[in-house]
Design a protein. Structure first.
Length: 282
């Protein structure tokens, strides 16, 4: 990939998967990027700089539609830190549990935030998938809002009948030597889609990142896969779903990759290819 990563992942607080509960009354045609969100909630925090991710091609250049639908869930949101009352409220998290609506996420030691990283990478993945005729839905419309909550994010994928739901996150551990990515999936499964389909999706993502030159986690899961019972967005999904912790933002090498446009493009390219591979085999 041309990017050397001597990376260290840390203990990650499960970045939640949030979705709004309602969808547009007249969904756009396949092969377009759609954003499903709850009612707009203004943020009291300073807006993040515009994403450098390239924009989708004009509609006249759209490729043939595949009929596939992918929901991308960029972890956290830029306005979360300014609304603690909203993001700390308890919401359903599956398995009879509740947990906070959302969290602020982590950041590099120099202050580059997880929510900015996940937003940028998700837009890049979206562009790559749309260019292949895949309809993409995002769970949030910008990087300055609040939420949505983890249960709302899960509902977006469910309501869309998504062929794949992929949540994008980054870790923030200070554990010495912790590095590498891992892919989480709901286990033990609560429905059929959380079983074999989600396991295949998680494995495709793991294989894609590993083939792309990214090392697997040294501290969580095994061989880049991490079964989890505590992630609300995965527990509440009725579609094939997985959560990618791309790396450890507290590790110098991984932080440098995530903070660079080149690094974010590399993450996006291998994740998009992994999603395409999964859809092709489904």
């Amino acid at each position: 990939m041309g990017l050397v990563l001597a990376i260290g992942l840390t203990l990650f607080t499960a970045c939640g998967v949030d979705t709004p509960a309602s969808s547009p009354s007249s969904p756009p045609p396949p092969g377009t990027t759609t954003v499903f969100t709850t009612l707009p909630r203004p943020s009291s925090t300073t807006s993040a700089p515009p994403s450098s991710a390239p924009q989708p091609p004009p509609s006249s250049q759209q490729p043939p539609k595949t009929g596939k639908v992918v929901v991308l869930d960029p972890g956290h949101n830029g306005g979360n830190s300014g609304k603690p009352g909203e993001i700390n409220k308890q919401v359903p998290a599956g398995r009879g549990k509740t947990k906070p609506c959302n969290t602020t996420g982590t950041s590099t030691n120099s202050g580059y935030t997880e929510h900015a990283f996940t937003w940028d990478v998700s837009q890049r993945i979206s562009q790559a998938l749309v260019a292949k005729g895949i309809r993409v839905i995002l769970t949030r419309q910008n990087d300055t809002g609040v939420g949505p909550c983890v249960n709302e994010r899960a509902a977006i994928g469910n309501d869309a009948g998504a062929d794949a739901v992929v949540s994008i996150h980054a870790d923030g551990s200070n554990s010495a030597g912790a590095h590498g990515f891992h892919v989480a999936y709901s286990a033990p499964p609560l429905n059929a889609q959380q079983g074999e389909p989600s396991m295949r999706l998680a494995t495709a993502l793991r294989d894609g990142l590993r083939t792309g030159g990214f090392p697997t986690s040294t501290y969580l899961g095994a061989n880049g896969l991490a079964p989890r019972a505590d992630l609300g967005g995965l527990n509440l999904s009725t579609r094939p779903a997985a959560l990618v912790e791309c790396g450890n933002m507290r590790n110098a090498a991984e932080a440098a990759a995530m903070a660079s446009e080149e690094g974010r493009q590399q993450y996006a390219a291998v994740i998009a290819k992994a999603i395409e591979d999964y859809l092709a085999a489904s």
